[in-house]
Design a protein around this ligand. Structure first.
Ligand code: 13P
Ligand code: SF4
Length: 322
C-alpha cells in the first residue's frame, strides 16, 4: 500500500511537471479512475473522452483506456503529445476489423453510407463517412435512415443488430464482437433476475441480442451510470465491464450493484466481465511513461494523411453528439 501511495504522489507531481492530464475510461481499474478524478482529469465514456482530450488545455494527454481512444485523441489534437501506459492495450473489435479486408467490404457496397464504431483503427476510420460511439448510435442511424441512406456498419455485429432493430434501417453488418460483452448469457441473467425481483437490468449494447432483450435500460457506459443514479430501484444487475461499478457505487452509495453472469469461470472465461486490455492500465506503467521524456516508447503517432481523413468522420461524430 505504501508503494502504491508513493506511485500516486509521484504521478501527481509528474503530471504537473509535464503539463499532462489523465483521460480515463470507466472500464479502467478503480485506482486509475480515482487518480484521474483527483488530478483534474476525466473519467468518461468514449465519446466524452474524445471531447475532453480535444478541449483540455494541457499539452500532453495520458490516455488510460485502449488504443483506439489514444488514436482518437491524437487525431483530434495533433499538436498534443498523447501517451498510453501501454500501446498493447487494444480491443477485439479493432483486431477483428483489419483495414484491407474492411476496404474490400466497402468497395463491394459503394451505395452504402459507411458508419464505423469508435472502436476501430485510424485507417478504418479514414475510410468511413461517420464515426459513432454507443451513446449516439441509435440517433445517428435514425437520422441517416430518414435521409433514405442505406448503412454499412462495422465492426460490432451486436450493436449493429441492436441499432437495426431499434430504427428499422437497412444496416449491413461486419462480423465483429467484443470479447467481454459477448460472454454475458441470457439464461443466467434471467435466473439472477428471478432471484432479485426488484432489480433493474442495465445492459451495454455490445452484448448479444438475447441479453439486450432482457434489459430495462440499454445504453453506453455513461447512459447506464445515469440510469443507475436516476432510477428508483434499490438493486441493479449490470451487464458490462465491472470497472463501471466504481462510478455507480460512488454516485449511488446506497444502492446494490450485481454483476450479470458470464459464460464460464477460470480458463473457460476469456474476459469475465473485465476487459483484459483495459486492465493493462496500471499505476506502475502510468508512472513509467511520465518519468521518461519519451514515454518509454508508448507515444501515439498517427500517419498524418490517415489522420486528416479520419478527422472528418470524427468531427461529424462530435458535432452530431453535441
Ligand atoms: P462507451 O464508453 O462508449 O459505452 O464504450 C464502451 C466500450 O466498449 C469502450 O471500450
Ligand atoms: Fe474492446 Fe470490449 Fe475491451 Fe471495450 S470492453 S475495449 S469493446 S474488447
Amino acid at each position: 500500500e505504501d508503494q502504491r501511495s508513493l506511485y500516486r504522489q509521484r504521478i501527481k507531481q509528474r503530471l504537473q511537471e509535464r503539463d499532462a492530464v489523465l483521460v480515463a475510461h470507466y472500464y479502467t481499474d478503480p485506482e486509475i479512475q480515482a487518480l484521474a478524478e483527483e488530478t483534474g482529469g476525466c473519467v468518461a465514456d468514449s465519446l466524452e473522452m474524445a471531447r475532453f482530450g480535444r478541449d483540455h488545455p494541457a499539452s500532453t494527454l495520458i490516455v488510460e483506456g485502449v488504443r483506439f481512444m489514444g488514436e482518437t485523441a491524437k487525431i483530434l489534437s495533433p499538436e498534443k503529445r498523447v501517451f498510453m501506459p501501454t500501446l498493447e492495450a487494444t480491443c477485439s473489435l479493432d483486431i477483428g476489423c483489419p483495414e484491407d479486408d474492411f476496404a474490400a467490404f466497402c468497395d463491394q457496397h459503394p451505395d452504402r453510407t459507411v458508419v464505423v464504431y469508435a472502436n476501430t483503427s485510424a485507417a478504418v476510420k479514414a475510410r468511413a463517412d461517420w464515426v459513432v460511439t454507443s451513446s449516439i448510435a441509435v440517433e445517428l442511424i435514425e437520422h441517416l435512415d430518414q435521409r433514405g441512406e442505406k448503412i454499412l456498419w462495422a465492426p460490432d455485429k451486436h450493436l449493429g443488430s441492436y441499432v437495426r432493430d431499434k430504427t428499422g434501417a437497412d444496416v449491413l453488418c461486419w462480423d465483429g464482437a467484443c470479447i467481454v460483452h459477448e460472454e454475458f448469457k441470457a439464461q443466467g441473467l434471467l435466473d439472477l433476475k428471478a432471484a432479485h425481483p426488484g432489480a433493474a437490468v442495465l445492459v451495454h449494447p455490445e452484448s448479444p441480442a438475447s441479453v439486450v432483450e432482457i434489459a430495462d435500460v440499454v445504453g453506453s457506459t455513461s447512459q447506464l451510470i445515469k440510469a443507475a443514479t436516476e432510477m428508483d430501484n434499490d438493486t441493479f444487475i449490470v451487464a458490462t465491464d465491472k470497472g463501471i461499478f466504481y462510478k455507480m457505487q460512488q454516485l449511488a452509495p446506497n444502492k446494490t450493484f450485481v454483476e450479470a453472469p458470464t459464460g464460464g469461470s477460470g480458463a473457460q472465461c476469456r474476459s469475465c466481465a473485465h476487459c483484459p486490455w483495459m486492465a493493462m492500465n496500471g499505476l506502475e506503467n502510468t508512472l513509467a511513461v511520465l518519468e521518461d521524456d519519451n514515454g518509454c516508447g508508448q507515444e501515439i503517432f498517427v500517419d498524418p494523411t490517415l489522420a486528416e481523413q479520419a478527422m472528418k468522420p470524427l468531427d461529424r461524430m462530435l458535432d452530431f453528439g453535441a
